[in-house]
Design a protein around this ligand. Sequence first.
Ligand SMILES: Cc1ncc(COP(=O)(O)O)c(C=O)c1O
Length: 424
Amino acid sequence: MTMLDRLFEITNKHHEFFKYSIPLIASENVTSYLVRRFYTSDFGHRYAEGKVGKRYYQGCAFIDELEALAIDLTKKLFEVEHANVQPISGTIANMAVFFALTNPGDTIMSLSVPHGGHISHDRFSAAGLRGLNVKYYAFDNENFNIDVDATKRKVEKLEVKPKVFVLGASLFLFPHPVEEISEIARDVGAKVVYDASHVLGLIAGKQFQDPIREGADVVTASTHKTFPGPQRAVIMCKKELAKTIDKGVFPGVVSNHHIHSLAGYVATCLEMMEFGEAYAKQIVKNAKRLAESLYNLGYDVLCPDLGFTESHQVVVDVSKFGGGDKIARMLEDVGIILNKNLLPWDDVKNADNPSGIRIGVQEVTRLGMKEEEMDTIAELIDTTIKEKKSKDEIRKMVREFKSNYTTVKYTFEECPAYDFPELC
Ligand SMILES: Cc1ncc(COP(=O)(O)O)c(C=O)c1O
């Protein structure tokens, strides 16, 4: 077998694997053929440093038109004054914002990772690279949210006041108290940055909070989780911060900005304008139903008294079954793909085998699954964890079930989700 054959084989096997597995990673999604078509365009061979109409390379006439369209659609879809569409990932978007709004040695407020914060909000990653001193919000485990009063007291006691309050999370069940935190931030002259990476599609579909109107100064977001686009990111903000944010992106942390995927992002904006509301509504309904089904099967799904979730995520404490690592591997073995996750009461040093698993329903929803299918997924998870059948039997059940859901919906022309299309 040649190396090239090997490359095709690996890629085809990966596609086949996902086609017959149940994809429940909360940070992923599948794009439509419409979006993928633009990945293969010549845009992916070009450079466009700088801003629309002010580039450092020649040959950007149509790239300028494309980027102007991307900015315009982002502003319309999210009703914001300014958008920068150049960050190539959510982490890069956060770095750009830290670059723009802080200096090394400044303090920021973030959620710790066990409380749901993303590593880029923390000292191990983007915030640390900028040399920021990270203080954590007080967290209310019962309500799975920031404890506003305790945080206020914490901020009052800080000798050096924070410059930025980061909201938004990777483990994200309920809207954050943007209004209340913005008030605390304003009192100390700080900015509020809301990382909407996980919930951008729900915001586009108007099924989650509206961070800018609730008081956030800046919203960052990757565009490939509940927003079913290519892997990149956007930053949105009020007009008065536009220049500062743009400078943080370029020349701050982005040079080439992967223009083929920008074209795909524009196509996703058009899909979300047409289908976003229906898609986001179904995502939230499915998450609630999956949570309820698992709870009824005896699982420690977080926040039963709060309706489990208001987002695409369901979080389960599986410590009584051996922990998140063991369970995520068991499920992977039968074709149910999700991830282990630290829970608020876990020590960050326990990241290798935390108490929880995180489940996201945005991808299976995109494939047309509804509430009934969530019951089936809960039963398959239960059958696996409680070893009610052999692995081979469960694998077969997963495969048969998933065979009916391999088409991308909520797009202009439905298309295969996991085929590896031939171009030539
Ligand atoms: C809240 C949050 N912000 C940022 C990121 C990073 O995004 P990316 O993987 O696009 O860099 C993630 C990734 O999952 C995330 O959950």
